[in-house]
Ligand binder design. Structure first.
Ligand code: HAS
Length: 552
């Protein structure tokens, strides 16, 4: 039997329609973002010049917002809603679906507002929208709607979870659901500070109601949100690694307790760490920065647990399939199945990406790499490779599940080609970025030779490598959209498996892992400890503040 066509109940039509609506907006944003990314890579490499009606920072903002904020958020909600439906009986109940649709509508209005302001060149403030760069108020209102809409996606998940618990008293929730709930608890708490920044600082200031803005406070609120944001991207990829990939390779979840504990640790330690993005900024005392750095090093632990767990899953599965010797099991993994191959390559990327994160987090080394293109290289191999390749791998089976079609052999083969193109492009581009960053090349800058300064001229070959890598990534992006379009509209009808693995033996997972008041309580304590005094300081020793600046 084709491994992707099994005869079990998957996801009902109304839920499938909702998930598909999220996934397809995600890929529409992804396509535009990929185009903008290629253009900016080529400009930065000195390979092309943009026409006079646009500029580098406009394209860079479009790329960052569409890729990092819109593609990810839509995909994550679409994926998690479908998985929660699948693992709680095959459908979302009416209220949950209603919440899901309200979220989709709010997010889509917000996305349209933000995109229109970027297209009108009224919001070239990059995806971090750092003050004192000022965008149109509609950009901030659009972003606020995007965030509020995403909360409804979370409410839909919570509502399904509550219903499931009511009907299954005393039972441990399915791992997929537990992980989705953790991800959205993180998201709801993490988005509060950025909502405060947008509603009480940026919108009144951009409307001219307040003359100046407290820059330190706005950046602190942004990074209070900004670091958990990266785990909001990572945790759904980890869900696929822990729950879906083992099933794809014909194996089991290594340990249910370990998987749940790693998610609880991600929830607790992803938030009180935002100052590691502000290590080089004045106005925060070194003591508080040190506390955030220590907590950052703790948040690495659940990723190391995940690495251990994945290795264990791969080895035990390979050995059960007859692999012998030290590495015989490795050959037994399904290398020609894109549903495994794409996320696996993502895992490989995540090894140097994690090491780069630890470099960034170390105060003295941060002084070398901060605001250089090294950081851009870091986030392309985390979100752009480890997470994105996992999302692609998921899409290759998720879209057929949702459309009632099958992943054909040809589509699978094309998916493998697409994965190779994306990986080679990402490797070339991000290797050049890391190297250039260590030479001092700044990030967030248009093409320039700094008046033919010899140091800057020495960067040019690597900048061209970056541009070439960006070109390969664009080819891979087009290929991906063509394959996903085929899987949505043209692939043969049939049932595709939604891969959900189970642990091999009965597990005795400690029930405390599902006691949310305990973990939310600990999290709030850590947040108050890490942020209480510094934020109070920034409020009371309020510097004069900055008027809005438009640099473009
Ligand atoms: Fe980061 C900047 C530190 C992880 C994304 N990061 C960024 C920015 C983004 C980003 C977008 O401390 C730029 C923001 C901006 O625009 O300014 N990051 C870390 C640390 C981690 C980390 C310590 N980052 C991520 C992830 C991201 C992401 C994940 C997106 C998804 N990052 C920083 C710091 C900065 C920063 C500073 C600020 C820099 C500055 O100065 O501006 C850690 O969480 C990483 C832990 C990961 C590991 C790897 C575990 C490996 C695994 C794979 C196992 C492989 C297997 C394969 C199983 C320890 C799980 C099996 C293989 C076989 C052969 C069988």
């Amino acid at each position: 039997m084709n491994p992707t066509t099994m005869g079990q109940a998957q996801v009902d039509r109304p839920t499938a329609r909702l998930s598909l609506a999220y996934v397809w907006v995600a890929y529409a944003a992804f396509g535009l973002a990929a185009l903008a990314g290629m253009l900016q890579g080529m400009v930065r490499g000195g390979l092309i010049e943009l026409p006079s009606w646009t500029n580098y920072y406009q394209i860079l903002t479009a790329h960052g917002v569409l890729m990092a904020l819109i593609f990810t958020t839509y995909f994550i909600i679409g994926f998690l809603l479908s998985g929660v439906a699948k693992t709680t009986g095959g459908s979302l109940h009416g209220t949950a679906r209603g919440l899901g649709w309200i979220g989709w509508i709010l997010m889509t209005i917000g996305t349209a507002m933000a995109v229109v302001t970027i297209v009108m060149n009224d919001a070239s403030v990059l995806y971090t929208f750092y003050a004192p760069l000022k965008a149109s108020p509609f950009f901030y209102i659009g972003s606020a709607l995007l965030v509020v809409g995403s909360w409804f996606g979370g409410f839909a998940i919570f509502s399904s979870y509550r219903k499931w618990r009511r009907e299954n008293r005393g039972k441990l929730s399915p791992l997929f659901v537990f992980m989705s709930v953790t991800t959205f608890i993180l998201w709801l708490i993490a988005t509060v500070p950025v909502a405060v920044e947008v509603l009480f600082q940026l919108i009144p200031w951009s409307l001219g109601w307040t003359p100046s803005i407290n820059i330190m406070l706005s950046r602190t609120l942004f990074w209070f949100f900004g670091h958990p944001l990266v785990y909001f991207w990572l945790m759904p990829a980890y869900i696929a690694w822990y729950v879906c990939v083992p099933r794809v390779i014909g194996g089991h979840i290594f340990s249910d307790s370990l998987a749940r504990l790693s998610f609880i640790l991600l929830l607790l330690f992803s938030m009180p760490v935002g100052f590691h993005h502000q290590l080089m900024e004045p106005g925060i005392s070194p003591g508080w920065k040190m506390i955030h750095v220590i907590l950052t090093l703790i948040v690495v632990v659940p990723s190391l647990m995940t690495a251990f767990s994945m290795f264990a899953t791969f080895e035990t599965t390979g050995r059960k399939k007859g692999g012998v010797g030290l590495f015989g099991w490795f050959k037994k993994l399904p290398w020609s199945d894109v549903r495994f191959f794409a996320p696996f390559v993502g895992m490989l990327f995540f090894i140097p990406a994690g090491a780069g994160g630890i470099i960034n987090a170390s105060n003295q080394m941060n002084a070398v790499v901060h605001n250089t293109i090294f950081v851009t290289g870091h986030f392309h191999i985390t979100i752009g490779a480890a997470v994105a390749l996992t999302f692609f791998g998921v899409s290759y089976w998720l879209i057929p599940v949702l459309t009632g079609r099958t992943l054909t052999r040809t589509a699978n083969r094309m998916g493998m080609v697409q994965t190779v193109f994306w990986s080679v492009g990402m490797f070339l581009m991000s290797f050049a970025m890391h190297y250039l960053g260590l030479q001092g090349t700044p990030r967030r800058t248009d093409y320039t030779t700094y008046m033919d300064h010899p140091t800057a001229l020495g960067w040019m070959d690597y900048q061209r490598v970056m541009g070439f890598g960006g070109g390969l990534l664009f080819v891979a992006a087009v290929l991906l959209i063509l394959i996903l379009g085929y899987l949505t509209f043209y692939a043969p009808k049939g049932k595709t498996e939604y891969p959900i693995a189970e642990p091999e033996t009965e597990q005795h997972t400690p029930r405390i892992l599902e006691r949310w008041p305990v973990w939310v309580g600990v999290l709030l304590f850590l947040i108050v400890m890490a942020y209480g005094i510094p934020i109070a300081d920034q409020l009371t020793h309020n510097p004069p503040g900055s008027p809005p600046i438009r640099t473009w």
